[in-house]
Write a protein that binds this ligand. Structure first.
Ligand SMILES: Nc1ncnc2c1ncn2[C@@H]1O[C@H](COP(=O)(O)OP(=O)(O)O)[C@@H](O)[C@H]1O
Ligand SMILES: [Mg+2]
Length: 348
C-alpha cells in the first residue's frame, strides 16, 4: 500500500457539481500513511458544508477498500477564499459587468461624515475625468437622495433598474424607492440579497468607479459587499475623537480579514476654520488620524475641517464639490480623489 494506490482509489469520490474527483481538484490533501492507517484532509468551503457527510462516507469506503488499510481518518479543513473562488467561479452580476473599480466608503460608527465623504469624493473623481456611479448601500438609513436633492422614483427597463443621473453621477439608493423618513429593517439573509440586487439589477453601465456608501460598522451589509466584491477598495472615514475607539479598528479588521484592499484613511471634522484665512482650531486635539495611520500602516489621504458649507451642502442637496469645488475644503477632496486614483493604479 502506498500513496499512489490511495490516490487512485480516491478517484471515485467525485464532486457532484464540478463532476471532477476531489483528489484531482485539491479538495483532498495531506495524505499520511502510518502502517495500516491512513489520515487525510478534506478541504471544504465551510465545516458545515451539506456535502461533508457524503464525502467522508465515500472517502472512508474508497480508502478502506484498498488492501492493507485498516483505518481511515478524515479531517475537515476550510478552503481559502482564493481556492474557493477558483474552484467555484461566481457568475458575474450583470449590472456591474463593466465596472472597473469599486470603492466602499466605510466607518466604525455613524455620524462621522461617511456619506458626505462618499458624495464629494465621487464628485471629485467625476471632475478628474472618471465615469462614476454612487450606490447608497446604507440600507438602514439611506441619506444620499436627500443629500443630493433627488426625489425621483425609479425607472425600470428590461427588468433592470435605471440609475438616476445627477451632477454627472449615476446614483442608486433604496431611499428612492420609498417615502422619506421610512425606516428600513432588514434581516441578515435579506440584506445580502438586497445588496446583490443593488449591484446586479441596476444598469450601472461602463464605470471607472462605483463608489459605495456603506452603513457604519461591521454588520451584514459590509459582509455582503465583501462577499459580492472581493476586490472592492475600502476608504475608512474617522473623526479625531473616534480614532481612539475600538469601532474603527474592528471595521478595519473586518476588511483586512475579508481581503479587501484598504486604500487609506480620511480624518473628518479634524479642525475648524472660522474663515478661510483663519488659524485652524483643533477642537478635538491633533494628530489622531496620523497616529492611526502610523499604527495601521495605512496612508492618511486627507484631513477635512469642520466646514459649514459642507453641512449646508448636505442639507440643501447641492454638495460642496458642486457649489464650491475651488474652496480649500474642495481642494482637500480633490487631493483625496487623486490619491485614490493613484492607489488604484498601483493595486491593479
Ligand atoms: N466636515 C464637516 N463639516 C461640517 N459638517 C459635516 C462635516 N462632515 C459631515 N458633516 C455633517 O454631519 C452630518 C453627518 O454626516 P454624514 O455624512 O451624514 O455622516 P454618516 O454618513 O457617517 O452618518 C451631516 O449633517 C453632514 O452634513
Ligand atoms: Mg450616512
Amino acid at each position: 500500500m502506498d500513496e499512489q494506490k490511495i490516490r487512485e482509489a480516491l478517484q471515485v469520490v467525485v464532486h457532484p457539481k464540478l463532476r471532477k474527483s476531489l483528489i484531482d481538484i485539491g479538495m483532498i490533501r495531506n495524505i499520511v500513511i502510518d502502517d495500516d492507517s491512513v489520515t487525510l484532509s478534506l478541504a471544504l468551503r465551510s465545516e458545515r458544508s451539506p456535502l461533508r457527510k457524503v464525502f467522508i462516507r465515500e472517502i472512508e469506503k474508497a480508502v478502506g477498500d484498498v488492501p492493507g488499510v485498516s483505518s481511515v481518518q478524515v479531517e475537515v479543513i476550510a478552503l481559502s477564499r482564493e481556492e474557493f473562488d477558483q474552484l467555484f467561479p461566481r457568475a458575474p452580476l450583470k449590472g456591474i459587468e463593466k465596472v472597473k473599480n469599486f470603492l466602499a466608503v466605510a466607518s466604525g460608527k455613524g455620524g462621522v461624515g461617511k456619506t458626505t465623504v462618499a458624495i464629494n469624493v465621487a464628485l471629485a473623481l467625476v471632475k478628474q475625468g472618471f465615469k462614476v456611479g454612487l450606490l447608497d448601500a446604507d440600507v438602514y438609513g439611506p441619506s444620499i437622495p436627500v443629500m443630493l436633492g433627488i426625489s425621483a422614483v425609479l425607472e425600470q427597463k428590461d427588468n433592470m433598474i435605471i440609475p438616476q443621473e445627477k451632477y454627472g453621477l449615476r446614483i442608486m439608493s433604496l431611499g428612492m424607492t420609498a417615502g422619506r423618513g421610512e425606516a428600513f429593517i432588514w434581516r441578515g439573509p435579506l440584506v445580502s440579497k438586497m445588496i446583490n440586487q443593488l449591484l446586479g439589477k441596476v444598469t450601472w453601465g461602463e464605470l471607472d468607479y462605483l463608489v459605495i456608501d456603506l452603513p457604519p460598522g461591521t454588520g451584514d451589509p459590509s459582509i455582503a459587499i465583501a462577499n459580492a466584491l472581493p476586490r472592492c477598495l475600502v476608504l475608512m472615514v474617522t473623526t479625531p475623537q473616534e480614532v481612539a475607539l475600538a469601532d474603527v479598528r474592528r471595521a478595519l479588521g473586518l476588511f483586512q480579514k475579508t481581503g479587501q484592499p484598504i486604500v487609506g484613511l480620511v480624518e473628518n471634522m479634524s479642525y475648524f476654520l472660522s474663515s478661510p484665512s483663519a488659524e485652524p482650531i483643533e477642537i478635538f486635539g491633533r494628530g489622531g488620524g496620523e497616529q492611526l495611520s502610523k499604527e495601521t500602516g495605512l496612508p492618511l489621504l486627507g484631513s477635512l475641517p469642520i466646514d459649514l458649507e459642507l453641512r449646508q451642502g448636505g442639507d440643501s442637496g447641492v454638495p460642496l464639490l458642486v457649489s464650491s469645488a475651488d474652496s480649500s475644503t474642495g481642494h482637500i477632496f480633490h487631493t483625496i480623489a487623486h490619491k485614490i486614483a493613484e492607489q488604484t493604479r498601483r493595486l491593479e
